[in-house]
Design a protein around this ligand. Sequence first.
Ligand code: NDP
Length: 290
Amino acid sequence: MTAQIIDGKAFAAKVRGKVAEHVTRLKADHGITPGLAVVLVGEDPASQVYVRSKGKMTVEVGMNSYEHKRPAETSEADLLALIDQLNTDPAVHGILVQLPLPGHLNEDLVINSIDPAKDVDGFHISNVGLLATGQKAMVPCTPLGCLMMLRDHHGSLSGLEAVVIGRSNIVGKPMAQLLLRDSCTVTIAHSRTKNIEEVVKRADIVVAAVGRPEMVTGDWIKPGATVIDVGINRVEGRNGLLGDCHFESCVEVAGAITPVPGGVGPMTIACLLANTLTACSRAHGLAEPD
Ligand code: NDP
């Protein structure tokens, strides 16, 4: 039996639809339009694509999109001044600085200069701490999207064995925190993990966020497990994008699996919009959308 395919594209469209409804109500009832500012430094082609598509979808759900493009040689002082200005701008409810930044800029310093209430990426140290201590935080978009798909598929995640492969600050660690918050038994695997196949084989839920094309193969997967593939890899000589999981073999063993593309990717942007709506509602003391 082959796995159920979790359709992230359709799920993301539903999330965006709900966000758009809330935005319409915010405008009609309170005269408020949520605003998302995206800051892009330099000319990285992948970042340009992401920023364009974020801007397009922001407008599609009825929010204001503010794009701030700066040349690669922008100084740290100038970038911090821009963030300061966005922090105090009442029309801006969410601020996203597209990563990676050019090498001369200190990413931690820049991210931590964003007002945590406007930190819709959830990377500010305050939001990381709030999430880790189980308090109300801005949650990073990619793991939030993965969690939403998992909850939708499983209902309760309580007691399930989850293995997250990858320990980055933007995916692996917050993913593990979210699964822990939902009462999974969580293991984080990484490049130094011994017998990683055996570790992964214990899992009811596998989240692969590695950046190595097709590393996880079907023989790593416990029959019936749910596989969330975060990987986005471009490989020369192969068409399109590849995930971190070898789809053809995993689909034969798993109970459910996200495809690449069309799985986690679309959910990330949908969650960014949802976070912007949440930030806007909090800023105005209004009930938060669920
Ligand atoms: P990072 O490079 O920051 O982290 C990769 C992690 O994988 C590290 O913790 C590393 O371990 C671990 N790793 C590397 N090699 C191995 C190995 N052989 N076995 C086990 N673990 C290994 O990547 P990100 O977290 O930023 O991204 C991961 C993937 O997700 C990428 O493909 C990226 O493009 C994609 N991505 C997709 C998004 C989406 O919207 N769909 C959003 C963000 C990322 P160690 O720490 O020991 O080095």
